[in-house]
Design a protein around this ligand. Sequence first.
Ligand SMILES: [Zn+2]
Length: 728
Amino acid sequence: MTRKTLLTLAFLMCILNFASAQKTLTPKEHFGFNIGDNYKLADYTQTEAYFKKIAASSDRVKLVNIGLTEEGRTQYMMIVSSPANIKNLDRYKEISLKMARAEGLTEKEAQALATEGKAVVWIDGGLHATETVGTHQLIQTMYKLVSGNDAETLRILDEVIVLLVHANPDGQELVSDWYMSNPDTLKRSYSQLPRLYQKYVGHDNNRDFFMMNMAETKNISKQLYVEWMPQILYNHHQAGPAGSVVAGPPYRDPFNYNISPLTITSIDGVGAAMISRLNAEGKPGFTARNGASFSTWYNGGLRTTSYFHNVIGLLTEIIGNPTPSAVPLVTSRLIPSGNTPNPVTPRKWYFQQSIDYSVSLNYAVMDYAARNREHLLFNIYTMGKSAIEAGSKDYWTLTPKKIDAINSAYRADLADKKISDSIARLARSRGDEMPMKYYDQVFADLTQRDARGYIITASQPDFPTAVTFINALIWSGIKVHKATADFTVEGKNYPAGSFVVMTNQAFRPHVLDMFDPQDHPNDFQYPGGPPIRPYDIAGWTPAYSMGFKFDRFVNPFSGPFSAVPYGEIQSVAGKFKKSGSDAGYILDCQTNNSFIAVNDLLKSGAEVYRLTKQSTGKNAAKQGSFFVTKGKGDAVLEKDAASLGINITAVSGKPETATGKVVAGRIALWDQYGGSMSSGWLRWILEQNRFPFSLRCNSRTYPGRRSGWQRSLQRNCSKGRRCSSGIP
Ligand SMILES: [Zn+2]
């Protein structure tokens, strides 16, 4: 090639790059301001329109509708990668899932797939809507990825499939519109928001990722654990602790003993890349580990649930708002340490800086993924494979209670004069060492083994609630089996339709954590000192709190089990047989869904009675169960038996104990201007169970300066009337 041709080529490439950069609509052209400008926020309507325009104009983007929000908006995920990868997404998704699930995959096959596949990185924003850096960094990051032609961006696009996910569209619309509605920019603020930024649970939308109650949680979990299985998940929040700019990985103890050690050390690896990038760019103020309160103990946040799926989950909490703020003077953070290697000194702080930090941190994560693509893919396979192996053999997880049992047995012997002398001699000669027999007492004890699996029998009164639990596992990508015929395990009979959850699966940590009680380590400031407050909840176990029955087996077992396809939500049909001689029907009070049916029956005008005592005779029913007179409610019963999974028993006479006539209670639900998470959760529960209620607000009001629904909500609140009417 001649020098002239080369020059021409270079020139042409410049034009091409220029043309490509020109094609991408800038945020300023679309929103009318730069992302990061003072006093400016984009709302969801504008953001959604931007996402659509960018997706339509770029072959680096695929826009995916991941479902509706609780308020009915469309929630989007933008898949960003090179045009070649975008064309081949199905294959890369398949590889990502295969590697994460690790089923029947040899190391050689896994190695080949790791070479062929692309790293998958999830970045979300806006879960907590007043943490406005979240959504805005998402917009800016998408713009940079789509328009950028620098070497790093191009390498990322080639090696990584980036999933940019809006975590809470409803919240962005509310918060941004509220903030921007004040024409006086200097007075713009998030304070006095009229309601929660998630319709029911507000901030608790980040406590729902093991139960899957809210629409957004289901949308997100399905993409994470059923559709894609990214190797890295980055969940953006704010604000960092006073005197820092951003808190992030790695996190402090306690770490949850169910999580793979490789997950934890991988968080260290990516965390180091994030901190180092900020340091290299002269961006001080990152704090990690004991510099903040975040641990890896809790399972149920958007970030933390990922650990129980072998995903490298990252959370950052950054400062910054469109209204300029300041880094205050906090002297305890000013001495460099392992937690805070590059302290930030007090200074004025602008939104743009927070956006720049966030984009840098995203790029650090994506660059790490691009450079370590094969490792990431192979490591998630390794974690999945180890989990399958641990669930396929006798295995004792190292838990605080087991270690305590060793210590107590040892201490008891030391206190026993007859044997303490020889032990004490041994202890003196070996330092901290204990005789192995204390270890064996626990770790050879067959009763202390981890579960091989759990069986949820279909023959239990509240099977529909058990199915709700099973569906929470299925939304979370867990492999569930269903019995195709009756079977027996360890002498106990189970009917066809029972569910089985085995622990020999890649996401074993999540299975163990959902069924077994948590064993939080003693975490005190010093021996005898005050406890260190856990970052979040210390115990959960829905398999206990939901009240259904299940059996836990530490021995291997098998049966006529068929795997439910991943992500296939389960339902159960109840039994309801009518005949001409029926006087009415019994609904079992042990089934939670019976209460929903009773609410439906009362609405239909049917007569419902409660059994004040257990009834006798052929179809004896428990005290508290319901009797419905045949007639007005029959159609409701027909429908509810099918959709709610309740078994309804026909009886030829009204039970003698069915003396308590049921009338709908008058329920008023307290709420307040600004909303309340407790009230919101209860509102959701009442709606789910179809209890009629009326929302009453206290008289706390906000000085009127708004229009439309905001003013009407305030008016209703101030009169103590229903305030739901003003809630869009
Ligand atoms: Zn947050």
